[in-house]
Design a protein. Sequence first.
Length: 308
Amino acid sequence: MRTPSLIRCVPFLVLLAPVAQALEPDARTEIRTLFVSDHPAQEANNIYVSGQVSTVLRFEQECDPARTKLLGWEGRFERPLVGSKKVVLEPLRDLDEDERIPLLVTLADGTELAFLLRPPRRETWSWTDHQVNVFKDHESYKAVLSALNDSRKRELKLSQENERLKQEENSVDHAFATLLVNGQVEKTPFRRERVAVLKDGETDITIELFSGPGKAATVVHLTNTYDAPWRFRNARLTADLTSHTARPFALRMERPELVPGQSGRIAVVADESAFMTKEGLVNLALEIFREDGLMEVLVNLDHALIRK
């Protein structure tokens, strides 16, 4: 398991060690439909849960509280709530990657449904289950309606993703970020202003800060010195770390996963408009999260990096 590193401060930069935190505001949560079988050979269905986030299972029938069991919940979950057609689950903390907690739900007609509670998958499409609508009858009106709603949500997400990719194709900032991550600074209008080199025994980090006409940029160089892969989860640019109000930025990365000993770069470009508030220009904080949801790097982008 990775261990926390020390806090470090250098001009224009603030890097913080990973700290435990609840689900990120921009983390993906899902309301989804789950069709189950009452066949004896049917495997337990996976339910993805996160610490201090409630997950609701909704069924077609009333649940039997006396015969609905979450095994080994003490110390891991709040007491499960079973009533009407719902089971409410809330982990006290994030589950470890190898933890699997069995849940047996018994319906009013005696049907037993088995589930495994596990942490969200760490691939780019990972999610936490906010609500799972569970159906045995695949052809019931509610089951068909729920499945239709799921299809519409997937179609909307695909449409939004396609629109985002189209916008990035025509984005000057994304073009600059691509050049920076490829080491072609001379082809951009940016000028390197600050460099910091840091080591914590698990990740070697070099931060470059660039000033530009109406823009600021940073390139984060990471070398994985740990004995397990390092994987990128997401990044966020904010003016206020308490409200987590996201600001727009362009990001390009050399590779999303670093095996032990491997290095990679992450380039971020922010336009002057991202620094603008009613009071004028403010400093922004760039947070980079690794796959387990912990913050790896926090970079302070000073508005003084913006050249007129």
